[in-house]
Design a protein around this ligand. Sequence first.
Ligand code: PBG
Length: 337
Amino acid sequence: MSGKFELPIRPRRNRKSPAVRGLVRETVLTPADFIYPLFLHDGEKDEPIASMPGCHRWSLEGLVNEVGEASAVGVKAVVFFPAIAESLKTPHGDECFNPEGLVPRAIRAVKEAHPEVAVITDVALDPYNSDGHDGIVEKDPKTGDLRILNDETVEVLCRQALCHAVAGADIVSPSDMMDGRVGAIRESLDEAGHEDVSILSYTAKYASAYYGPFRGALDSAPKAGDKKTYQMDPANWREALREAELDIAEGADMLMVKPAGPYLDIIRLLREEIDLPLAAYQVSGEYLMIKAAAADGWIDEEKVMLESLTGIKRAGADMILTYFAKEAAKCLAGSVA
Ligand code: PBG
């Protein structure tokens, strides 16, 4: 045998050089796909977060600077997560709609310095709630069982969303998973004349152990119980469709799947079934697993980072929330196939 045989179809022809691979590439990441989640606190100094290497709790000044650096490499959307002092946390989380609170101040500072950047805010009570839940908690005096009150929580979320809109947020993003909150927030915003403020809904947010490092970063873990009565069961996919239908009917502008990497089937499902723009959140645990393995020299951080993001986009996400946003944008600027 000469080692040659008749083989008219050879898929490898389309992989023969960087130029050809560039021509046939189906999924291309760009910095404009990324939403950069940023932690902030009411302090003068920027504090590195031990549980999330590479991330900081930013001071307002540090935050403005970091958004500027991200914008310079093409990342034009950010989302804020505040660490709130324990002394300001209450059962109803009233600090969440304080017009002079940390988030409204951050929105104003960032919009003033970087008006080209879309500011997204998280709408949920967990940073502000003394029980560490996304909603108001009621304890059964007899059994001690916890109940997360839906409709009472939605009222507070509306005030929070409105407070962010007044401060200048471009997009509000309810991550609480209460029923009916998208419609209620839309109505409150519209009544107050904020019909241009968009809603990015956490549509399929799963009760995931991958959020652990995030809760450590904000000191926002539930004091008791878990989030399984409001976040979705990781075993379910049909339920994601039902949540999507409701969010669309209630007026959401964009939907989100969270986490991203372990839920690529849900991203694909929603991409095929709905026509709204779709976001996916590569959460703290996904980020940390890559960081930790790379720090130990087990994997190539840059390559795994870009591959994980490409996979999320290939599955059908139009935009990706990722702690790698700035780093990935920098790599893309100099990348070759
Ligand atoms: C809470 C919220 C969480 C995250 C974003 N918003 C945590 C939770 O639901 O407990 C997690 C993000 C991450 O892990 O990176 N409203």
